[in-house]
Design a protein. Sequence first.
Length: 408
Amino acid sequence: MSAEEYLTVSQLNNYISRMFELDEVLSGVAVEGEISNFKSHASGHYYFSVKDAFSRINCVMFKSAVQRLKFVPCDGMNIVAYGYVGVYEKAGSYQLYVSALKKQGVGSLYEKYRKLLSEYEKQGYFRQEIKKNIPFLPKSIALVTSPTGAAVKDMISVITRRCPITKIIVCPVLVQGESAADEIANMIDYINKHNVADLIIAGRGGGSIEELWAFNEPQVAESVFKSKIPIISAVGHEVDFTICDFVADIRAATPSAAAEVAVPDIKDLKFTLDKYISSLKDSLGAEIKHEKQKLDYLCMSHKFKNPMLIVDERRINMDVLVENAEKLAAAKINESKKRLEYNINLLESLNYENILKRGFCIISKDGNFLTENDVSLEETYDILTKKKIFNVNIKNISERQKNENFRR
Protein backbone atom coordinates (compact mmCIF):
# COMPACT_ATOMS: atom_id res chain seq x y z
CA MET A 1 0.00 0.00 0.00
CA SER A 2 1.47 3.34 -1.11
CA ALA A 3 1.71 6.45 1.04
CA GLU A 4 -1.22 7.98 -0.84
CA GLU A 5 -3.55 5.02 -0.17
CA TYR A 6 -5.55 5.02 3.10
CA LEU A 7 -8.10 2.86 4.83
CA THR A 8 -11.14 4.26 6.48
CA VAL A 9 -11.95 3.15 10.01
CA SER A 10 -14.92 1.21 8.70
CA GLN A 11 -12.74 -0.56 6.13
CA LEU A 12 -10.20 -1.54 8.78
CA ASN A 13 -12.84 -2.85 11.18
CA ASN A 14 -14.52 -4.75 8.36
CA TYR A 15 -11.22 -6.35 7.41
CA ILE A 16 -10.55 -7.44 10.97
CA SER A 17 -14.07 -8.79 11.22
CA ARG A 18 -13.55 -11.00 8.13
CA MET A 19 -10.32 -12.30 9.64
CA PHE A 20 -12.21 -13.36 12.78
CA GLU A 21 -14.87 -15.05 10.66
CA LEU A 22 -12.27 -17.08 8.75
CA ASP A 23 -10.49 -18.25 11.91
CA GLU A 24 -11.57 -21.82 12.70
CA VAL A 25 -10.83 -21.57 16.43
CA LEU A 26 -12.79 -18.38 16.89
CA SER A 27 -15.76 -19.63 14.89
CA GLY A 28 -16.74 -22.14 17.59
CA VAL A 29 -15.42 -21.81 21.15
CA ALA A 30 -16.43 -22.92 24.66
CA VAL A 31 -15.24 -20.50 27.31
CA GLU A 32 -15.35 -21.25 31.04
CA GLY A 33 -15.48 -18.40 33.54
CA GLU A 34 -17.53 -16.36 35.99
CA ILE A 35 -20.37 -14.06 34.90
CA SER A 36 -19.89 -10.42 35.81
CA ASN A 37 -21.78 -7.18 35.16
CA PHE A 38 -24.83 -9.06 33.92
CA LYS A 39 -27.60 -6.98 32.29
CA SER A 40 -30.91 -8.10 30.85
CA HIS A 41 -31.91 -5.59 28.15
CA ALA A 42 -35.50 -4.58 27.41
CA SER A 43 -35.02 -6.03 23.92
CA GLY A 44 -34.63 -9.49 25.45
CA HIS A 45 -30.87 -9.68 24.81
CA TYR A 46 -28.36 -10.46 27.60
CA TYR A 47 -25.13 -8.48 27.99
CA PHE A 48 -22.43 -9.63 30.40
CA SER A 49 -18.74 -10.42 30.84
CA VAL A 50 -17.04 -13.74 31.44
CA LYS A 51 -13.89 -13.50 33.52
CA ASP A 52 -11.25 -15.49 35.29
CA ALA A 53 -8.54 -14.39 37.71
CA PHE A 54 -6.54 -12.53 35.04
CA SER A 55 -8.81 -11.41 32.23
CA ARG A 56 -12.33 -10.92 30.92
CA ILE A 57 -14.25 -10.87 27.64
CA ASN A 58 -17.50 -9.06 26.84
CA CYS A 59 -20.39 -11.24 25.74
CA VAL A 60 -23.76 -10.82 24.10
CA MET A 61 -26.54 -13.39 23.95
CA PHE A 62 -29.37 -12.53 21.58
CA LYS A 63 -33.03 -13.06 22.40
CA SER A 64 -33.36 -16.15 20.21
CA ALA A 65 -30.65 -17.90 22.25
CA VAL A 66 -31.97 -16.53 25.54
CA GLN A 67 -35.37 -18.13 24.93
CA ARG A 68 -33.72 -21.58 24.86
CA LEU A 69 -32.11 -21.09 28.29
CA LYS A 70 -33.57 -23.03 31.24
CA PHE A 71 -32.10 -20.70 33.88
CA VAL A 72 -31.49 -16.99 34.40
CA PRO A 73 -27.78 -16.08 34.58
CA CYS A 74 -26.52 -13.80 37.36
CA ASP A 75 -23.34 -12.20 38.58
CA GLY A 76 -20.97 -14.64 40.25
CA MET A 77 -22.29 -17.70 38.42
CA ASN A 78 -19.67 -20.04 36.94
CA ILE A 79 -20.63 -21.06 33.42
CA VAL A 80 -19.38 -22.43 30.12
CA ALA A 81 -20.32 -20.13 27.24
CA TYR A 82 -20.61 -21.61 23.76
CA GLY A 83 -20.45 -19.41 20.68
CA TYR A 84 -18.10 -17.53 18.37
CA VAL A 85 -15.84 -14.52 18.70
CA GLY A 86 -16.70 -11.66 16.38
CA VAL A 87 -16.06 -7.96 15.89
CA TYR A 88 -18.63 -5.30 16.64
CA GLU A 89 -17.54 -3.06 13.80
CA LYS A 90 -19.35 0.06 14.96
CA ALA A 91 -17.30 0.18 18.17
CA GLY A 92 -14.20 -1.58 16.85
CA SER A 93 -14.34 -4.14 19.66
CA TYR A 94 -14.49 -7.88 19.71
CA GLN A 95 -16.84 -9.93 21.87
CA LEU A 96 -18.15 -13.41 22.38
CA TYR A 97 -21.50 -14.04 20.69
CA VAL A 98 -23.06 -16.69 22.96
CA SER A 99 -25.43 -19.27 21.56
CA ALA A 100 -25.69 -21.46 24.70
CA LEU A 101 -24.76 -21.46 28.40
CA LYS A 102 -24.11 -24.27 30.85
CA LYS A 103 -23.99 -23.71 34.61
CA GLN A 104 -20.82 -24.75 36.43
CA GLY A 105 -21.61 -23.42 39.93
CA VAL A 106 -21.04 -20.21 41.85
CA GLY A 107 -17.95 -18.02 41.36
CA SER A 108 -15.44 -17.58 44.17
CA LEU A 109 -16.11 -13.87 44.65
CA TYR A 110 -19.86 -14.36 44.74
CA GLU A 111 -19.40 -17.26 47.17
CA LYS A 112 -17.38 -14.93 49.42
CA TYR A 113 -20.20 -12.37 49.21
CA ARG A 114 -22.80 -14.93 50.26
CA LYS A 115 -20.62 -16.06 53.17
CA LEU A 116 -20.18 -12.48 54.42
CA LEU A 117 -23.90 -11.86 54.04
CA SER A 118 -24.72 -14.91 56.16
CA GLU A 119 -22.18 -13.98 58.86
CA TYR A 120 -23.44 -10.41 59.28
CA GLU A 121 -27.05 -11.57 59.30
CA LYS A 122 -26.28 -13.99 62.16
CA GLN A 123 -24.58 -11.15 64.08
CA GLY A 124 -27.74 -9.05 63.83
CA TYR A 125 -26.34 -6.30 61.61
CA PHE A 126 -29.45 -6.31 59.40
CA ARG A 127 -32.13 -6.15 62.13
CA GLN A 128 -34.89 -3.71 61.24
CA GLU A 129 -35.46 -2.56 64.83
CA ILE A 130 -31.97 -1.03 65.08
CA LYS A 131 -32.32 1.03 61.91
CA LYS A 132 -32.20 4.79 62.50
CA ASN A 133 -34.86 7.14 61.16
CA ILE A 134 -33.90 9.45 58.31
CA PRO A 135 -34.34 13.14 59.22
CA PHE A 136 -37.34 14.64 57.45
CA LEU A 137 -35.56 17.82 56.36
CA PRO A 138 -31.79 17.45 56.88
CA LYS A 139 -29.80 20.68 57.13
CA SER A 140 -26.75 19.02 55.55
CA ILE A 141 -25.96 15.79 53.69
CA ALA A 142 -22.52 14.20 53.31
CA LEU A 143 -21.99 12.37 50.01
CA VAL A 144 -19.38 9.64 50.49
CA THR A 145 -18.53 8.82 46.90
CA SER A 146 -16.15 9.50 44.04
CA PRO A 147 -15.93 13.26 43.35
CA THR A 148 -15.67 12.71 39.60
CA GLY A 149 -18.26 10.02 38.87
CA ALA A 150 -21.71 10.43 37.40
CA ALA A 151 -23.25 9.34 40.72
CA VAL A 152 -22.16 12.46 42.64
CA LYS A 153 -23.41 14.72 39.86
CA ASP A 154 -26.78 12.97 39.82
CA MET A 155 -27.17 13.25 43.60
CA ILE A 156 -26.19 16.93 43.68
CA SER A 157 -28.60 17.66 40.83
CA VAL A 158 -31.54 15.87 42.49
CA ILE A 159 -30.95 17.33 45.97
CA THR A 160 -30.49 20.86 44.62
CA ARG A 161 -33.66 20.60 42.55
CA ARG A 162 -35.80 19.11 45.32
CA CYS A 163 -34.50 20.99 48.34
CA PRO A 164 -32.07 23.84 47.58
CA ILE A 165 -31.89 24.86 51.27
CA THR A 166 -30.08 21.60 52.19
CA LYS A 167 -26.29 21.92 52.33
CA ILE A 168 -24.38 19.34 50.29
CA ILE A 169 -20.93 18.22 51.47
CA VAL A 170 -18.98 16.07 49.01
CA CYS A 171 -16.65 13.73 50.93
CA PRO A 172 -14.34 12.32 48.22
CA VAL A 173 -13.23 8.68 48.39
CA LEU A 174 -12.13 5.97 46.00
CA VAL A 175 -15.05 3.63 45.28
CA GLN A 176 -13.08 0.76 43.77
CA GLY A 177 -9.59 -0.62 44.10
CA GLU A 178 -7.48 -1.97 46.95
CA SER A 179 -7.64 1.12 49.21
CA ALA A 180 -11.28 2.01 48.47
CA ALA A 181 -12.81 0.13 51.42
CA ASP A 182 -10.45 1.77 53.93
CA GLU A 183 -11.15 5.23 52.50
CA ILE A 184 -14.93 4.74 52.66
CA ALA A 185 -14.81 3.39 56.23
CA ASN A 186 -12.45 6.12 57.45
CA MET A 187 -14.58 8.84 55.87
CA ILE A 188 -17.76 7.56 57.57
CA ASP A 189 -15.89 7.48 60.90
CA TYR A 190 -14.60 11.03 60.34
CA ILE A 191 -18.06 12.39 59.54
CA ASN A 192 -19.40 10.86 62.78
CA LYS A 193 -16.48 12.04 64.90
CA HIS A 194 -16.77 15.67 63.74
CA ASN A 195 -20.57 15.65 63.26
CA VAL A 196 -20.14 16.89 59.71
CA ALA A 197 -23.73 16.33 58.54
CA ASP A 198 -27.23 15.22 59.58
CA LEU A 199 -27.33 12.44 56.98
CA ILE A 200 -24.84 10.34 54.99
CA ILE A 201 -25.30 8.91 51.51
CA ALA A 202 -22.63 6.33 50.67
CA GLY A 203 -22.50 4.89 47.19
CA ARG A 204 -21.42 4.87 43.57
CA GLY A 205 -22.70 4.07 40.11
CA GLY A 206 -23.19 0.59 38.72
CA GLY A 207 -20.50 -1.92 37.87
CA SER A 208 -19.45 -5.51 38.12
CA ILE A 209 -19.22 -7.37 41.41
CA GLU A 210 -15.48 -6.64 41.43
CA GLU A 211 -16.05 -2.92 40.92
CA LEU A 212 -18.61 -2.80 43.73
CA TRP A 213 -16.62 -5.03 46.06
CA ALA A 214 -15.33 -2.23 48.32
CA PHE A 215 -18.88 -1.90 49.69
CA ASN A 216 -18.80 -5.58 50.70
CA GLU A 217 -15.63 -5.30 52.80
CA PRO A 218 -15.90 -5.81 56.61
CA GLN A 219 -14.42 -2.40 57.52
CA VAL A 220 -17.17 -0.63 55.56
CA ALA A 221 -19.89 -2.78 57.14
CA GLU A 222 -18.48 -2.05 60.63
CA SER A 223 -18.34 1.72 60.07
CA VAL A 224 -21.86 1.83 58.67
CA PHE A 225 -23.15 -0.28 61.57
CA LYS A 226 -21.47 1.91 64.22
CA SER A 227 -22.51 5.21 62.62
CA LYS A 228 -24.62 7.42 64.88
CA ILE A 229 -25.62 9.47 61.82
CA PRO A 230 -28.27 7.79 59.60
CA ILE A 231 -26.88 6.33 56.38
CA ILE A 232 -28.52 5.72 53.01
CA SER A 233 -26.70 3.16 50.89
CA ALA A 234 -26.82 3.82 47.14
CA VAL A 235 -24.49 1.34 45.47
CA GLY A 236 -24.86 0.48 41.81
CA HIS A 237 -28.11 -0.08 39.95
CA GLU A 238 -31.42 -1.51 41.12
CA VAL A 239 -30.27 -5.12 40.62
CA ASP A 240 -27.00 -4.63 42.52
CA PHE A 241 -26.86 -5.54 46.22
CA THR A 242 -23.91 -5.16 48.60
CA ILE A 243 -23.33 -5.77 52.32
CA CYS A 244 -23.44 -2.00 52.80
CA ASP A 245 -27.02 -1.97 51.46
CA PHE A 246 -28.19 -4.41 54.11
CA VAL A 247 -26.36 -2.77 57.04
CA ALA A 248 -27.38 0.80 56.17
CA ASP A 249 -30.53 2.36 57.59
CA ILE A 250 -32.08 2.60 54.09
CA ARG A 251 -31.08 1.02 50.80
CA ALA A 252 -31.78 3.05 47.66
CA ALA A 253 -31.82 1.41 44.23
CA THR A 254 -29.55 4.07 42.68
CA PRO A 255 -27.68 7.22 43.80
CA SER A 256 -30.43 9.35 42.25
CA ALA A 257 -33.06 7.39 44.17
CA ALA A 258 -31.05 7.96 47.37
CA ALA A 259 -31.18 11.70 46.78
CA GLU A 260 -34.95 11.46 46.26
CA VAL A 261 -35.32 9.64 49.58
CA ALA A 262 -32.95 11.96 51.44
CA VAL A 263 -34.87 15.21 51.01
CA PRO A 264 -38.51 16.17 50.45
CA ASP A 265 -39.52 18.16 47.42
CA ILE A 266 -39.71 21.79 48.55
CA LYS A 267 -42.52 22.36 46.05
CA ASP A 268 -44.60 19.63 47.71
CA LEU A 269 -43.90 21.14 51.13
CA LYS A 270 -44.95 24.57 49.91
CA PHE A 271 -48.13 23.13 48.37
CA THR A 272 -48.99 21.31 51.63
CA LEU A 273 -48.18 24.39 53.70
CA ASP A 274 -50.39 26.55 51.48
CA LYS A 275 -53.24 24.05 51.95
CA TYR A 276 -52.82 24.17 55.73
CA ILE A 277 -52.74 27.97 55.70
CA SER A 278 -55.87 28.09 53.54
CA SER A 279 -57.63 25.56 55.79
CA LEU A 280 -56.58 27.53 58.88
CA LYS A 281 -57.89 30.76 57.37
CA ASP A 282 -61.23 29.12 56.52
CA SER A 283 -61.51 27.59 60.00
CA LEU A 284 -60.55 30.86 61.71
CA GLY A 285 -63.00 32.79 59.52
CA ALA A 286 -65.82 30.40 60.40
CA GLU A 287 -64.98 30.68 64.11
CA ILE A 288 -64.93 34.49 63.95
CA LYS A 289 -68.28 34.46 62.13
CA HIS A 290 -69.76 32.14 64.77
CA GLU A 291 -68.51 34.30 67.64
CA LYS A 292 -69.80 37.46 65.91
CA GLN A 293 -73.24 35.89 65.63
CA LYS A 294 -73.15 35.10 69.35
CA LEU A 295 -72.12 38.69 70.09
CA ASP A 296 -74.91 40.07 67.90
CA TYR A 297 -77.42 37.86 69.73
CA LEU A 298 -76.17 39.08 73.09
CA CYS A 299 -76.31 42.71 71.98
CA MET A 300 -79.93 42.24 70.97
CA SER A 301 -80.92 40.52 74.23
CA HIS A 302 -83.08 42.24 76.84
CA LYS A 303 -80.47 41.75 79.54
CA PHE A 304 -77.79 43.48 77.49
CA LYS A 305 -80.05 46.51 77.04
CA ASN A 306 -81.00 46.49 80.75
CA PRO A 307 -77.96 45.12 82.67
CA MET A 308 -79.66 45.72 86.04
CA LEU A 309 -81.74 42.63 85.30
CA ILE A 310 -78.55 40.59 85.57
CA VAL A 311 -77.71 42.29 88.89
CA ASP A 312 -81.20 41.60 90.24
CA GLU A 313 -80.98 37.99 89.15
CA ARG A 314 -77.62 37.62 90.88
CA ARG A 315 -79.08 39.18 94.06
CA ILE A 316 -81.90 36.66 94.12
CA ASN A 317 -79.43 33.84 93.58
CA MET A 318 -77.30 35.21 96.41
CA ASP A 319 -80.30 35.31 98.78
CA VAL A 320 -81.12 31.72 97.91
CA LEU A 321 -77.54 30.67 98.53
CA VAL A 322 -77.42 32.48 101.89
CA GLU A 323 -80.72 30.90 102.96
CA ASN A 324 -79.52 27.44 102.00
CA ALA A 325 -76.24 28.03 103.85
CA GLU A 326 -78.11 29.11 107.01
CA LYS A 327 -80.31 26.01 106.88
CA LEU A 328 -77.32 23.79 106.42
CA ALA A 329 -75.43 25.48 109.28
CA ALA A 330 -78.48 25.19 111.60
CA ALA A 331 -78.80 21.50 110.79
CA LYS A 332 -75.12 20.95 111.54
CA ILE A 333 -75.36 22.83 114.85
CA ASN A 334 -78.46 20.86 115.90
CA GLU A 335 -76.75 17.59 115.08
CA SER A 336 -73.68 18.63 117.11
CA LYS A 337 -75.87 19.60 120.10
CA LYS A 338 -77.54 16.18 120.11
CA ARG A 339 -74.19 14.45 119.97
CA LEU A 340 -72.91 16.60 122.87
CA GLU A 341 -75.96 15.84 125.01
CA TYR A 342 -75.54 12.13 124.38
CA ASN A 343 -71.89 12.24 125.45
CA ILE A 344 -72.75 14.26 128.59
CA ASN A 345 -75.41 11.72 129.59
CA LEU A 346 -72.94 8.91 128.97
CA LEU A 347 -70.36 10.54 131.22
CA GLU A 348 -72.99 11.22 133.90
CA SER A 349 -74.02 7.57 133.90
CA LEU A 350 -70.43 6.63 134.72
CA ASN A 351 -70.17 9.09 137.66
CA TYR A 352 -69.77 7.07 140.95
CA GLU A 353 -72.39 9.23 142.74
CA ASN A 354 -74.96 8.12 140.19
CA ILE A 355 -73.87 4.52 140.72
CA LEU A 356 -74.50 4.89 144.46
CA LYS A 357 -77.88 6.50 143.82
CA ARG A 358 -78.91 3.35 141.94
CA GLY A 359 -78.36 1.31 145.18
CA PHE A 360 -74.87 -0.06 144.51
CA CYS A 361 -71.87 0.26 146.89
CA ILE A 362 -68.19 0.95 146.39
CA ILE A 363 -65.18 -0.37 148.37
CA SER A 364 -62.63 2.23 149.37
CA LYS A 365 -59.61 2.61 151.58
CA ASP A 366 -58.02 5.85 152.68
CA GLY A 367 -60.30 7.74 150.25
CA ASN A 368 -59.31 5.63 147.19
CA PHE A 369 -61.74 3.40 145.30
CA LEU A 370 -60.61 -0.22 145.03
CA THR A 371 -61.07 -3.13 142.69
CA GLU A 372 -61.32 -6.77 143.72
CA ASN A 373 -57.60 -7.20 143.16
CA ASP A 374 -56.85 -4.53 145.77
CA VAL A 375 -58.74 -6.34 148.61
CA SER A 376 -56.77 -8.53 151.08
CA LEU A 377 -57.58 -10.63 154.18
CA GLU A 378 -57.52 -9.08 157.67
CA GLU A 379 -57.64 -5.61 156.19
CA THR A 380 -60.19 -2.96 157.13
CA TYR A 381 -62.11 -1.19 154.31
CA ASP A 382 -64.90 1.34 153.90
CA ILE A 383 -68.12 0.34 152.10
CA LEU A 384 -69.78 3.42 150.60
CA THR A 385 -73.49 3.55 149.88
CA LYS A 386 -75.81 6.34 148.92
CA LYS A 387 -76.21 7.56 152.55
CA LYS A 388 -73.87 5.48 154.73
CA ILE A 389 -70.30 4.26 155.14
CA PHE A 390 -69.71 0.77 156.56
CA ASN A 391 -66.36 -0.09 158.14
CA VAL A 392 -65.58 -3.80 157.55
CA ASN A 393 -62.77 -6.26 158.18
CA ILE A 394 -62.21 -9.01 155.63
CA LYS A 395 -62.25 -12.44 157.24
CA ASN A 396 -62.68 -14.66 154.22
CA ILE A 397 -62.26 -14.50 150.43
CA SER A 398 -63.54 -17.19 148.07
CA GLU A 399 -64.01 -17.61 144.31
CA ARG A 400 -67.55 -17.04 143.00
CA GLN A 401 -68.99 -19.93 141.04
CA LYS A 402 -70.35 -19.16 137.57
CA ASN A 403 -73.77 -20.65 138.38
CA GLU A 404 -74.23 -18.60 141.55
CA ASN A 405 -76.97 -15.99 141.12
CA PHE A 406 -77.34 -12.94 143.31
CA ARG A 407 -80.44 -10.85 143.53
CA ARG A 408 -80.65 -7.32 144.72
